[in-house]
Design a protein around this ligand. Structure first.
Ligand code: FMN
Length: 162
């Protein structure tokens, strides 16, 4: 089964898990970024990103390479923003509706505290699917490494490798 990991990371936590996952599974990494970067410092970081997520925005993305016909499954990875799907992921899904139709999906999200479950449910609704192959929540895994994050990583890989 050929897998693409499509991820957005503002501060590196999601990127850290995406990288480890690619190393472990051999999946292709596809990093997406908005054309206009969100502020990533101070209060603006939360104001602009949070507002964009709450308004369900789908900002234009920088060019990336993705050929849906090459993959059977797609793993989405992104940070939880205001308990919502991070806007660049929404953009990717809107831009690739046809190319990703009928694939299997998995998801991991990174959060600082809570909202991950809501966020995963919102992604499920956005994709119009009943169930993910695997779904996992990490707590700032790069900034705060923990046994719990490692356990969750192994569990997530185990489900993907089935
Ligand atoms: C705009 C914004 C909104 C956030 N909202 C939440 C939230 O609702 N719940 C939460 O636990 N963490 C929230 N966070 C924290 C991030 O989800 C968390 O630190 C994550 O690990 C960052 O991933 P990254 O390093 O890949 O960007 C928010 C961060 C930002 C910038």
């Amino acid at each position: 089964m050929r897998t693409a990991i499509v991820y957005y990371s503002m501060c590196g936590n999601t990127g850290y898990i995406a990288g480890r996952l690619a190393e472990r599974t051999g999946a292709d990494l596809i990093q997406i970024e908005p054309k206009k970067a969100y502020p990533d410092k101070g209060a603006s970081k939360f104001i602009w990103g949070g507002r964009s997520a709450m308004m369900s925005e789908a900002p234009p993305l920088k060019p990336y390479e993705f050929d849906g016909s090459r993959y059977d499954s797609i793993v989405f990875g992104f940070p939880v923003w205001a308990s919502r799907v991070t806007p660049p992921i929404r953009s990717f899904i809107n831009d690739n509706r046809q190319a990703i139709e009928g694939k299997s999906f998995a998801v991991f999200v990174c959060q600082a505290g809570n909202g991950g479950e809501k966020c995963i449910n919102r992604l499920r609704e956005l994709l119009g699917i009943e169930k993910f192959l695997a779904a996992e929540i990490f707590t700032d895994p790069k900034d705060h490494p923990s046994e719990e994050n490692d356990k969750r990583f192994d569990r997530f890989c185990g489900k993907l490798e089935k």
